[in-house]
Design a binder for this molecule. Structure first.
Ligand SMILES: [Zn+2]
Length: 186
């Protein structure tokens, strides 16, 4: 058995697989293990909440639910550093798409069907999606800031105008004030 180059650890979505040493591009990482079942059975299990079905082809799926299938801890990313390939004998393995550094989380793209059904664009916690949302939020905040500045500027102009309008009234008030202080002279 080849030496392990990963560990299971805490990730943003629960548990994840992390590199413990540098992994070269195209290097083998882990095998997706499990019982091979017919796609119809996989559909039934998936309908009951199973999330570790790896479809090999139009007939067969690997049920990767058991915890001894370490590959099940590999989380999805829209910008993955690993990918699944089929080896002889309908064996699915994950290999590095690029160089992976120690402590980097190992991720694969789960594919469009899974993504649309269980993850969705608004809830995906991968680096790419978090960056995309952060960028959008920064843009939104900047927009709010600009709007607030514009509002403050018009408010200033408006108060300047109303102050000019209010000025004659103030002068009038002072006249009546003169009248009210007059009795004190007595
Ligand atoms: Zn994503």
């Amino acid at each position: 058995m080849p030496k392990r180059s990963f560990r299971v650890g805490r990730s943003r979505t629960g548990l994840g697989l992390f590199a413990t040493q540098p992994i070269k591009k195209r290097e083998y990482i882990v095998t997706y293990r499990g019982r091979r079942i017919a796609n119809a059975e996989a559909d039934r299990l998936e309908a009951r909440g199973s999330r570790y079905m790896f479809e090999i082809n139009s007939r067969w799926t690997i049920d990767g639910s058991p915890r001894w299938n370490i590959a099940r801890y590999v989380n999805h990313s829209c910008r993955p550093n690993a990918e699944a390939i089929e080896r002889k004998g309908r064996v699915i393995v994950y290999i590095a798409r690029r160089k992976i550094k120690p402590d980097e989380e190992i991720t694969v793209d789960y594919g469009k069907d899974y993504f649309d059904a269980f993850i969705t664009k608004s809830r995906c916690l991968c680096v790419k999606c978090r960056e995309r949302r952060a960028e959008r939020q920064a843009k939104y905040r900047a927009k709010l800031k600009r709007a607030a500045k514009r509002k403050a500027a018009t408010r200033k102009r408006r108060t300047a105008k109303s102050a000019a309008k209010a000025a004659p009234r103030k002068a009038a008030a002072r006249k009546t004030a003169g009248f009210r202080t007059a009795p004190r002279k007595r």
